[in-house]
Design a protein around this ligand. Structure first.
Ligand code: ZN
Ligand code: ZN
Length: 305
């Protein structure tokens, strides 16, 4: 049952108008600032030397020696201070990133997966919990944005990370399973948008995040990578890129049979063999006759047309 969205769109990641769900972008910045402030008990401070020189006030009088003295005074701390004057040539950027630790490389993927301009936000899941999850677990998101990575590895990594976001348990990564267990274990029945999307909808989401990360990672190249966006969660409809929902049928066929009838002919829905009529409910837009004038269900005629 929970392998179906149960609504026309995956509302965890799409809004009520069919657009990608948006959120407050500044959250990530606040989280990163809080993260750096929390950890002020450090042994070494690495200072961006060029940035400091840029912001320093250069006095009108004095020599280079005075400037140097002011600079030294400004960076002086209890701990060891290393001032780095680096340049962004290809090799040294990578070397700097390596020094920051392997997890910093996954920040781009985390940012894309949890929502940015071209990828949905998850309802009720902010950037703060995403960064916490990155810090706490080995999530293996390095494959995202990697052009040569296998799509199964990408989807696996994405599923693993999103399942942590919804429920901190790594035993299974099936969203359909999560949807069921969250639904039955939450005291007050959660609204549908609070449940994670189905596996199929999440797959399309992860592909969009992978594409975005790939483009970001190529920001220092002359040209963006040549990709076909229809392989990455997008359809192009009349020239307009449209996010693929991954939701085909909104509910199990058995249930659709109950909530919608297939009646046809002149006296459609007039008799008890109409499933809507026999259940004592009105026909709806999901029925073959779409509850229009040609539907003869008396419950429909009673006012819900
Ligand atoms: Zn009917
Ligand atoms: Zn009907």
């Amino acid at each position: 049952m929970f392998s179906f969205e149960l609504v026309p769109l995956p509302f965890a990641i799409f809004d009520e108008y069919g657009g990608l769900r948006k959120s407050n972008k500044a959250q990530l910045l606040h989280k990163l600032v809080a993260w750096s402030e929390e950890n002020n008990d450090y042994e070494v401070l690495i200072v961006d030397g060029k940035e400091m020189l840029y912001h320093a006030v250069w006095s009108k009088v004095g020599t280079v020696r005075n400037l140097l003295q002011n600079f030294t005074r400004a960076v002086e701390k209890e701990c060891k201070v290393i001032a780095v004057f680096d340049s962004y040539v290809e090799e040294s950027t990578k070397a700097t990133a390596d020094k920051l630790g392997h997890k910093s490389l996954q920040l781009l993927a985390v940012h894309a997966l949890t929502g940015c301009g071209t990828v949905s936000y998850f309802f009720g899941k902010g950037k703060a919990s995403a960064v916490s999850a990155l810090l706490k677990y080995e999530v293996g998101l390095d494959v995202l944005g990697c052009q040569k990575a296998n799509i199964h590895d990408i989807l696996n990594a994405g599923h693993k990370f999103i399942s942590i976001l919804y429920k901190e348990r790594l035993t299974h990564t099936s969203m359909n399973h999560h949807r069921h267990s969250i639904f039955v274990s939450t005291k007050n029945t959660p609204t549908i948008k609070r449940l994670p999307p189905t596996d199929l909808a999440l797959n399309e989401h992860i592909k969009r995040a992978h594409l975005q990360t790939m483009l970001w990672k190529a920001a220092d190249k002359d040209e963006p990578p040549v990709v076909n966006i229809t392989e990455f969660g997008w359809d192009v409809i009349e020239g307009v890129p449209t996010p693929r929902t991954g939701a085909s049928q909104c509910a199990p066929p058995e249930l659709m049979k109950f909530v919608a009838c297939e009646c046809s002919g002149q006296s459609a829905c007039a008799r008890k063999n109409c499933s809507c009529f026999s259940s004592g409910v009105s026909c709806t837009g999901f029925c073959k006759r779409m509850a229009k004038d040609s539907c003869n269900n008396p419950h429909t005629q009673a006012g819900s047309r």
